[in-house]
Design a protein around this ligand. Structure first.
Ligand code: C5P
Length: 237
């Protein structure tokens, strides 16, 4: 597999073309950002930890029958993925209230949401990823109606798989963000699933083990990501 040109550099990952037209390389960098890029830092080992963490989760999802873009690990910080035509939406499921929903709706952090709730955000850095509804998606043509239904169904299916996985490691999956794309006509999970894009709390103490440690200056950010991985049986060297 030959790495060619940089196609795109996001806030924490870079994407490269390869000698295969329908495959890309994802490079997980140590760069960490929050608050729409207003807070940034380099966190040693984070690229490696997130790359391995993402591979582990994507493989668990594939084993549960969910189509993902993940192909294989290439190196400590790189993975090979299918090249998707990305849908410019972020799908968020919340099992427990935290983060933006608390600010928007004035609810207390930690309140269990029964049933879990779902939100769409438009992926647009310049606009700060605004929350949108299904009518917006339809009116502006960001996705087809059947894709909207499929994204919701898949995001909730992934919730069932991952809630149990994290609970087995004594963790609560509070919320998470997913992105989807189309590969050969099929809706496929893209982007990443790492502690950068979800909230995970210790089941007993409710200690935060995810990117809120960075957002809220709680320290031990990468150490917490590694702890999450170890609780799932992963090792990082
Ligand atoms: O900020 P908010 O509470 O809406 O985030 C919900 C979940 O989605 C969190 O787990 C957060 O880390 C994730 N998220 C993300 N990327 C974004 C927005 C949210 O990974 N651009």
């Amino acid at each position: 597999m030959e790495k060619r040109d940089q196609l795109y550099a996001g806030k924490a990952k870079s994407v490269y073309t390869t000698d295969e037209e329908d495959k890309l390389i994802l490079l997980f960098r140590n760069d960490t950002s929050a608050f729409d890029g207003k807070k940034v830092a380099q966190l040693e080992r984070k690229g490696m930890v997130n790359n391995k963490f993402n591979a582990f989760i994507m493989e668990k999802l594939a084993a549960a029958g969910i189509a993902t873009h993940f192909e294989r690990l290439l190196s400590a910080e790189e993975s090979l993925v299918k090249r998707l035509e990305m849908i410019p939406l972020e799908c968020v499921v919340r099992n427990i209230a935290a983060g933006s929903i608390c600010r928007r709706l004035g609810v207390a952090e930690g309140r269990t949401l029964q049933p879990p709730t779902f939100e769409f955000f438009l992926k647009d850095d310049a606009l700060g990823d605004p929350m949108i509804n299904e009518y917006h998606i339809r009116s502006f043509g960001w996705a087809e109606p059947q894709q909207v239904e499929a994204m919701k169904a898949l995001t909730f299916q992934i919730n069932d798989v991952l809630k149990s996985l994290f609970l087995a490691g004594d963790m609560l999956l509070v919320d998470y963000k997913l992105e989807f794309g189309v590969y050969r006509g099929e809706l496929v999970l893209g982007d990443e699933f790492t502690p950068d894009g979800c909230r995970l709390w210790d089941r007993e103490t409710r200690e935060k083990l995810d990117k809120d440690r960075f957002r809220q200056d709680l320290g031990d950010v990468v150490e917490s990501y590694e702890l999450v991985g170890r609780r799932l049986g992963l090792t990082f060297d």
